[in-house]
Unconditional design. Structure first.
Length: 213
């Protein structure tokens, strides 16, 4: 019975950690993919789906548990200064992205090596800058769902003292907000792939017209 509870708790933590990472990372990285990295909406959307699915299949646990192990190795706790926690998490996420992103972009349909390289380097930069935010998301979601109390000094007391039902409602609101932002990004940004095809078509039509004359 004890082993079953342990397995159940481990599975719950995996789901919570994965959801926390997706909620924090997808809007940020998705927005950069379709703007700074020059990827089409389709490739970016596929990449976000791929990252989310493989996250739930276990990759996110590698991140969260690897982060927990690394924090333990460097004796970092919730009581450690926020600056040190942010720097650690940023370095850890950047290193992970350097390994994972080439696989993700290739599988998602990107064939331009330069875009894969730029996307990977960009994701590593994003990891170094926003990795602290991703780590913070993990810690706070664990608290909101009731798996582990978050004692970070930047975690608002107003939320920390709320009832369990209210905290879970906040978690749901954050997830919905993340999905909404991601949808808004794809709705507001032009699809680079479609624009490129349109430009090629216009050039072809223009060329044909000149040929006729």
């Amino acid at each position: 019975m004890k082993n079953i509870r342990k397995i159940g708790r481990g599975l719950a933590q995996h789901i919570v950690d994965t959801t926390a990472l997706n909620a924090a990372a997808n809007p940020i990285i998705g927005g950069l993919e379709v703007t700074a990295f020059g990827m089409s909406d389709e490739v970016s959307f596929n990449a976000r789906i791929f990252a989310s699915v493989v996250g739930y299949l276990g990759v996110a646990s590698l991140i969260s548990r690897g982060r927990d192990y690394s924090r333990s190795l460097f004796k970092i706790t919730d009581k450690t200064s926020e600056k040190i926690q942010q720097v650690h998490d940023g370095a850890f996420i950047a290193a992970f992205n350097g390994f994972f992103c080439p696989i993700m972009y290739t599988y998602s349909g990107e064939t331009d090596v330069k875009k894969i390289i730029y996307g990977t380097l960009g994701a590593m930069a994003v990891g170094s800058i926003f990795g602290g935010t991703f780590g913070y998301s993990i810690d706070t979601f664990r608290d909101l769902i009731g798996l582990k109390s978050c004692e970070r000094e930047s975690y608002p007391e107003l939320i920390k003292k709320r009832k369990s039902s209210v905290k879970k409602g906040i978690a749901g609101l954050l997830i919905g907000t993340s999905i909404g932002i991601n949808a808004g990004i794809y709705a507001l940004t032009p699809d680079n792939h479609n624009i490129e095809n349109l430009n090629n078509y216009e050039m072809k039509v223009d060329g044909d017209e000149k040929w006729k004359h």
